[in-house]
Design a protein. Structure first.
Length: 90
């Protein structure tokens, strides 16, 4: 299974990558929304994990682009967040 992780924070990105690789998953890791979109278009992905807060690209834009691409729209997307703000989560 190939997972794309899109997280700007390097420490969290490394932690997630190492944890999933340790479980036998193939990992692609992107530090920005733009990089994540590029990797998504190049890879045969099974799952995308994306941070709710992406400073370089609005997270809604990245999610919309993934969902509108005919080759990517069927890939499950899991949104990660460390926010406790109910409005952000919604």
């Amino acid at each position: 299974m190939k997972i794309l992780i899109v997280v700007e924070e390097a420490a969290l990105r490394t932690l997630l990558r190492d944890r999933f690789q340790g479980c036998g998953f193939e990992i692609l890791a992107a530090g920005s929304g733009a990089e994540g979109l590029t990797m998504a278009k190049q890879g045969d992905l099974d799952v995308v994990l994306i941070d709710l807060h992406i400073a370089t690209h609005n997270n809604a834009y990245v999610l919309t682009m993934l969902q509108q691409d005919p080759k990517l729209k069927e890939i499950p997307i899991f949104v990660l967040s460390d926010t406790g703000d109910e409005e952000d989560v919604n």
